[in-house]
Write a protein that binds this ligand. Structure first.
Ligand SMILES: C[S@@+](CC[C@H](N)C(=O)[O-])C[C@H]1O[C@@H](n2cnc3c(N)ncnc32)[C@H](O)[C@@H]1O
Length: 221
């Protein structure tokens, strides 16, 4: 599915979130500042926007981006070439089976990716394994807003309007219906903190962003 929508993914991302996705990524990057990381992995990097934000914030760090979809990685690599950001490495790989030695990274980020893992626990345990002791995992993921006024308005947009735009622009009839359904299924907030604990992390805190449309999770190894 991500191969199908790769060519329109960046446009749709920024358009449908009215550009707010940039500020969500910046907040995620800030959670790594106190570690002064020198080696960072952006898992499920897609077209690499979070990897680029990491590289800008930590110019001396080595940033690797990994994604399951060759189409997304190809679009990401074109973007890196265009922007001359050649010190970021993007490659194809599976979060649930990484060909990377244990204790490699100071920080790992995942932007809107964990929801798509086939087996959430297997993926989280792999991320835990490749983090060095005291390293940090930062996850951004969509959530269902909790506010009693905002929630029904947003859910109406999310269920009925967003899939129409998404279908029109991406030409993929299912991608944005899948987005709605996968967010419904995802164990958000405290439930995701429990998933992190079960995978071996010390789940530190979570923050709701934009009234809970998105949630930022921080966990240490
Ligand atoms: C919604 S996109 C997010 C892309 C990017 N992180 C961003 O913030 O825009 C989700 C990405 O997760 C990737 N993905 C899903 N399952 C994965 C897995 N097991 N391993 C690596 N990437 C995966 C998909 O290929 C897709 O590119």
């Amino acid at each position: 599915m991500f191969d199908n929508i790769a060519h329109r993914y960046d446009f749709l991302n920024h358009f449908l979130s009215v550009g707010i996705d940039h500020s969500w990524r910046k907040k995620a990057v800030r959670q790594l500042r106190e570690l002064a990381p020198s080696k960072i992995l952006d898992m499920a990097t897609g077209t690499g926007d979070l990897a680029i934000a990491l590289q800008k914030a930590f110019p001396d760090a080595e940033v690797d981006g990994i994604d399951l979809s060759p189409g997304m990685i190809a679009v990401g690599n074109e973007k890196l070439q265009r922007k001359k950001l050649l010190n970021i490495t993007l490659k194809v790989g599976d979060a649930e089976d990484l060909d990377i030695p244990s204790n490699t990274y100071d920080g790992v980020t995942v932007g809107f990716g964990v929801r798509n893992f086939e087996n959430l626990q297997v993926g989280l345990r792999e991320l835990h394994r490749v983090l060095r002791p005291k390293g940090r995992l930062v996850v951004l993921e969509f959530s269902q807003p909790r506010g009693f006024l905002f929630r029904p308005l947003f859910m109406f947009y999310f269920k009925n309007i967003l899939p129409l735009y998404g279908k029109f622009v991406s030409k993929d009839p299912k991608a944005y219906t899948y987005l709605f359904e996968s967010v419904q299924r995802f164990p958000a907030y405290e439930d995701f903190m429990n998933e992190l604990q079960s995978a071996g992390f010390n789940a530190r805190y979570y923050k709701q962003l934009t009234f809970g449309v998105c949630c930022l999770y921080v966990a240490d190894k």
